[in-house]
Design a protein. Sequence first.
Length: 93
Amino acid sequence: MDKLKNDCERQFGDRRRATAIKDMPDAGMSQEAIIARIRKGAEGSEKLWTNESGNLAGGIYYKDAKHWDFVSDVIRLTVVSNPLHMNEFQYIA
C-alpha cells in the first residue's frame, strides 16, 4: 500500500491543492467542518459548469436548482439501496 501511495504522490502530488488532506488524520472532523470544506470547494467550481453554455470538458450540466434538488431527493431515498439484492430493494428496479 505504501508503494501505491508513493507512486500516486509522485505522479499527482504537484497537482493537489495546498489544503488537500494527504493522510488519515488522528482525529476526525465534525460534520459541520466537512460540509464547510465541501461547500467551499463546490462554490469555487460552480462557475465552471454554470457558465452560459452549461458545458465543461464535453459534459453538459443542467443549471436549474430545482432539478438538482430533485436529484438530491432521489439520491437521499436510494443511497443505501443495492441492486444486487433485488428482493430487499425492489423499489429501484
